[in-house]
Design a protein around this ligand. Structure first.
Ligand SMILES: *Cc1c(COP(=O)(O)O)cnc(C)c1O
Length: 418
């Protein structure tokens, strides 16, 4: 469910007309619905209420300060994967005691910052990283809480690039190594190894792989008499982009809650896409129609530099007109919706039946709230799009679009070349 709905022939976000926002902000822009963000957060919180989990929103799915603030203000923690995300978490006013930090390549300075900030847990992904955190904790004379990220070797049915819980990926530690670390915990006098963590992948539609991974980890903890307080079951819950039938928060909880309750551990969840994905759309304008002997193209003013998911994962995003033309609706045609970037891979949709559109028409690319703006780039020297949020019937620009000056900021031409 989300708050992007038609009223008459016009697409609205929480009662605010999207054409009006476009007229004021200019295209392309990302548009987020505050209510949808919170609704999704609350759905998960309510479904898991029996274990009172800490829900740490995955910052990398959407790191805009207003998005983070909206969730933090309503009780969320944050799941970070870099020093930059720690900086954002703090700017959004997150309680460090609700911040968890994963990632296989944490740098020394990033670890130091997070230790000083007093985050809840590092999710450690290798033995060398554990040793590095021990050294840093010792030099700062601190005791640091860590969890070990386990790679449970399960195969979720999702795109290979977002499957992280299989044995051959770079993520997490195998069970034997984890056991070895617990057995030799005295080698880490400044660390409290307080938890185990998994995150098996993203856009997972079915509870089965989660259940399998959770069972594997809980079995391991029990059989090997591992003593921990926290079990972080990661993120990865899939959402509806087109015809998917993902498990709901409630049906997911029903499957895994009995296991989690029985464990007696404190539960952490790290959803990203589930909260932010359908809370955002990318609004774009039609620049041209182009017909070749083979195909019809609709060329729009946004592309892979703003939203790379179609190019990178062959992801499907629904594309809808901001203003419906009832006649056009009756005569859909198969088109490729493409952007201005000089790459054949720059497309938003392929062979998609769409009602005919005209130059200047607005389109909304749905489900763009997660891994949209955060994965955007300046490729082809295109300034990044604005981000806008609707809150209680008003819209706010929560990030201005970039300008040409932003594109060359920090660049210098050496005197040699003048
Ligand atoms: C990306 C990521 C998440 C969030 O994944 P979603 O599929 O967006 O829910 C959670 N935990 C970790 C460690 C991640 O890297």
């Amino acid at each position: 469910m989300h708050e992007f709905k038609y009223r008459g022939n016009e697409l609205y976000c929480e009662g605010v007309g999207i054409s009006g926002i476009a007229a004021s902000v200019g295209t392309p822009f990302y548009l987020y619905s505050y209510k949808t963000l919170l609704d999704h957060y609350n759905k998960l919180r309510d479904a898991f209420r029996p274990v009172k989990p800490l829900i740490c929103f995955s910052v990398k799915s959407n790191s805009n300060l207003a998005v983070l603030r909206a969730l933090v203000k309503n009780g969320a923690g944050l799941d970070i994967v870099s020093g930059g995300e720690l900086y954002r978490a703090r700017r959004a006013g997150a309680d460090p005691k609700k911040v968890v930090y994963a990632g296989v390549g944490k740098r020394r300075d990033e670890i130091e910052d997070a230790v000083r900030a007093g985050i809840l847990l590092f999710n450690v992904e290798s033995k060398e990283e554990l040793e590095e955190i021990q050294r840093i904790a010792a030099s700062l004379r601190k005791r640091v809480n860590v969890a070990l990220r386990i790679n449970p070797d399960v195969a979720p049915h999702t795109h290979a690039y977002v499957a992280t819980g299989k044995g051959e990926t770079k993520f997490g530690l195998d069970f034997e190594t984890v056991y070895g670390i617990f057995a030799s915990h005295k080698r880490y006098p400044n660390l409290n190894i307080r938890g185990v963590h998994i995150h098996i992948g993203s856009q997972i539609l079915d509870a089965a792989p989660f259940e399998k991974a959770i069972k594997k980890v809980l079995g391991f903890v029990k059989n090997r008499r591992i003593s921990v307080d926290y079990f972080n079951i990661g993120g990865g819950l899939g959402i509806i982009y087109s015809m998917e039938h993902p498990q709901t928060a409630r049906s997911f909880a029903k499957r895994v809650l009995p296991l989690l309750k029985r464990s007696g551990l404190k539960i952490i969840l790290e959803p990203g896409r589930f909260i932010s994905g359908n809370s955002g759309v990318l609004v774009t304008k039609v620049l041209y129609n182009k017909t070749t002997p083979r195909k019809k193209f609709v060329i729009v003013d946004t592309g892979m530099s703003d939203l790379i998911r179609p190019s990178l994962y062959e992801a499907y995003h629904n594309i809808v007109p901001v203003r419906i033309d009832r006649d056009a609706q009756r005569h859909p045609e198969k088109v490729d919706v493409v952007g201005p970037i000089c790459e054949s891979g720059d497309f938003l949709a392929k062979d998609r039946p769409l009602p005919p559109v005209n130059k200047g028409d607005l389109l909304a690319v749905m489900g763009a709230g997660a891994y949209g703006f955060t994965m955007s780039s300046n490729y082809n020297s295109r300034p990044r799009a604005a981000e806008v949020m609707v809150i209680k019937g008003k819209f706010y620009v929560v990030r201005e679009s970039e300008n040409y000056g932003d594109l060359v900021r920090g660049e210098k031409v050496p005197k040699e070349l003048k």
